[in-house]
Design a binder for this molecule. Structure first.
Ligand code: SAM
Length: 273
């Protein structure tokens, strides 16, 4: 049998289609999500319904976003899910989650076994809507989950860790082997819970500056911070901010990156005035 065919559907690689087939894993994920009636549950990439069905058994209404037209059409005629579903047949990257939350009248609970080829840009897209989101549960490559949760002084710590932790509390939930999917992906997977902070622990004045500093620093992660950020800060400025200039990008905390971004914002503002 062609192992790319699952429930009569030929898995499309370009849509990152790896369908969950393991009852125990599916039940564990749904237990972690713990959906309740009258919550604004939103699934990204429902596919053949591996998570949608058990979630749909527990609640009356569910919003799903599915790019694949054939899969969206299947859901439209699904025996018991169809009347419960609001289906957006579109790219989740173009979804306005603030508008969706306004339509549903409450913060969103977003979940999904994400297409791995777009998981990082999709998470950045979602981070820009954290005001409209109560929490998120995602299946991702294990390596991406490791990066999301990593703290300073570790190899996995990078720009994704800083940006995710700026917006959210990040909690690893479950590890999942390739055999839990059809077709089996080449990598290990894991589920993560992201809970947007109700009050940002280190608010920055201009997000684009935090983004720029972390990009510069981690693009040259082997250099000392004095060198990698040399065109933005003098060594004296960094030291005044309490940053040891002999350290590298991976040794700097989220709080310190935010402090650096705010210093830069103030410096630019004082130049303009
Ligand atoms: N939830 C199903 C499961 O667990 O078996 C399917 C998961 S599969 C890894 C990813 C799903 O996301 C597929 O159904 C795929 O068609 C859909 N998808 C891919 N790219 C998408 C996008 N940009 N926006 C929305 N859905 C997308």
């Amino acid at each position: 049998m062609n192992n790319r065919v699952h429930q009569g559907h030929l898995a499309r690689k370009r849509f990152g289609q790896n369908f969950l087939n393991d009852r125990f894993v599916i039940e564990s994920i749904v237990a972690a999500i713990n959906p309740q009636k009258n919550q604004a549950m939103v699934e990204i990439g429902p596919g053949l319904g591996a998570l949608t069905e058990p979630v749909g058994e527990r609640i009356d209404k569910l919003t799903v976003i599915e790019l694949d037209r054939d899969l969206a059409a299947r859901l439209q005629t699904h025996p018991f899910l169809a009347p419960k579903l609001t289906i957006y047949q579109q790219d989740a990257m173009t979804m306005n989650f603030a508008e969706l939350s306004a339509t549903l009248g409450q913060p969103l609970r977003v979940f999904g076994n994400l297409p791995y080829n777009i998981s990082t840009p999709l998470m950045f897209h979602l981070f820009s809507y954290t005001d409209a989101i109560a929490d998120m549960h995602f299946m991702l490559q294990k390596e991406v989950v490791n990066r999301l949760v990593a703290g300073p002084n570790s190899k996995a710590y990078g720009r994704l860790s800083v940006m995710a932790q700026y917006y959210c509390q990040v909690i690893p939930v479950l590890e999942v082997p390739p055999t839990a999917f059809t077709p089996a992906p080449k990598v290990e997977s894991a589920v993560v819970r992201l809970v947007p902070h109700t009050t940002l622990p280190h608010p920055v004045k201009e997000l684009r500056l935090l983004s720029r500093i972390t990009t510069e620093a981690f693009n040259q992660r082997r250099k000392t911070i004095r060198n990698s950020l040399g065109n933005m800060f003098s060594a004296d400025e960094l030291e005044a901010l309490g940053v040891d200039v002999t350290k590298r990008a991976e040794n700097i905390s989220v709080a310190q990156y935010c402090q650096m971004a705010n210093y830069l914002a103030d410096r630019q503002a004082s130049k303009e005035s």
